[in-house]
Design a protein around this ligand. Structure first.
Ligand code: NAI
Length: 334
């Protein structure tokens, strides 16, 4: 069985980190055929939009995508390509596993968290209008259906992965309808999973407690905006955005992506760390059931990081992208 995967190289360091990731997957004999598609800056030049229809169609057809970082054109009136992709493909699950990797400066020891973010509603629905001059209303959407499908996804993930407890984090005291609907959906679906410990707390309490002791948390479930903010906080606990993978998953397609940006300050210099995109590609392999290859790549990455002699500048080393990539490929055979 081979998988055809839409490959969006992305902008800035995108081509460097996607190139490195593809080399490692090929060396690990991952059964993937890449289907390149444009988005971001290249798509703006070619099609005048950052997420063209041709790319969305490619992902719909292949049902799988791997995406490098995209620059967000500011002040052009276009939706961010990332937001457009999640909405157009209905990728309602934002999945971000956050773990401590060896030799990552500033990482909280023993961190092992999974954050689920509802990707399609909330303030990201983009419903905003000026009621009277100087008064703007931004609408937060929240449906029971969206709350239920993300909650079910999280519970099923926990069941398969042996995860023990989940916190649904909200501001239901302030937004009893919108956040209350999300919390009610969590409780309704949770009733079908009595073997999983279920708790809820204010997102403000979560923000206080996470940096004090993240080991108290296992799985987090949040609406779109809280999830966006808290997922970056969690990445900070793991040592930064450069080491954290991510996925956007829907019923008909899944796109895996590093969560860092295009790093224009180091683009084209051979300094980029491909780790986050590589770990995202590993999530793709797990998603399609290629567990053996995924764990072989993961072991190789851990060996290289633990050894510490081929790590990139962002992690305190001086290896180039190519040197790190070569070290992981060598470690595949160890
Ligand atoms: P950024 O993540 O691109 O850079 C922040 C800092 O981290 C920079 O010093 C950069 O060199 C470093 N860095 C990031 N990834 C790295 C990697 N893989 N290896 C080594 N160093 C790395 O964030 P910034 O500067 O705020 O955004 C730049 C552009 O990226 C903007 O146009 C923004 O819209 C876009 N962006 C795109 C995202 C996506 O497509 N998922 C996410 C975040 C930002």
């Amino acid at each position: 069985m081979r998988y055809r995967v839409t490959l969006i190289e992305g902008d800035g360091i995108g081509p460097e980190v996607t190139g490195a990731t593809c080399r490692i997957l090929e060396a690990a004999r991952a059964p993937i055929d890449w289907d390149p598609a444009p988005a971001g800056g290249t798509a703006m030049e070619q099609f005048g939009v950052p997420m063209p229809e041709v790319t969305l169609e490619s992902i719909k057809k292949n049902r799988l995508g791997l995406k490098g970082p995209l620059m967000t054109p500011k002040g052009t009136g276009f939706r961010s390509a990332n937001v457009a992709m999640r909405q157009e493909l209905d990728l309602f699950v934002g999945l971000r596993p956050v773990r401590t990797l060896p030799n990552v400066p500033g990482a909280w020891p023993g961190l092992d968290l999974v954050l689920f973010r509802e990707n399609t509603e909330d303030l990201y629905a983009g419903i905003e209008h000026e009621v009277t001059p100087g008064t703007v209303v931004s609408m937060k959407t929240s449906t029971a259906a969206a709350g239920e499908r993300i909650a079910r996804w999280a519970f099923e993930y926990m069941r398969y992965r042996g995860r023990r407890h989940i916190h649904c984090c909200h501001k239901a005291a302030i937004n009893p309808r919108a956040d209350g609907a999300f919390l009610n959906a969590f409780r309704a679906v949770g009733a079908e999973y009595p073997f999983i410990e279920q708790l809820d707390m204010g997102v403000d309490s979560l923000s206080l407690l996470l940096p004090i002791d993240p080991s108290k948390f296992d799985v987090l479930l949040l609406q779109n905006l809280y999830g966006d903010i808290l997922s970056d906080l969690c990445a900070g606990l793991a040592g930064g955005l450069g080491v954290v993978p991510g996925a956007n998953i829907g019923a008909r397609a899944a796109v895996f992506e590093a969560v860092h940006g295009t790093a224009p300050d180091i683009a084209g210099q051979g300094k980029a760390n491909p780790l986050a995109l590589l770990l995202s590609a590993n999530m793709l392999l797990e998603h399609v059931g290629e567990w053996k290859i995924a764990s072989r790549i993961e072991r190789a990455v851990w060996r290289v990081l633990a050894d510490g002699s081929h790590i990139t500048g962002d992690l305190g080393g001086n290896a180039t992208t190519d040197e790190f990539t070569g070290a992981v490929i060598n470690a595949l055979e160890a």
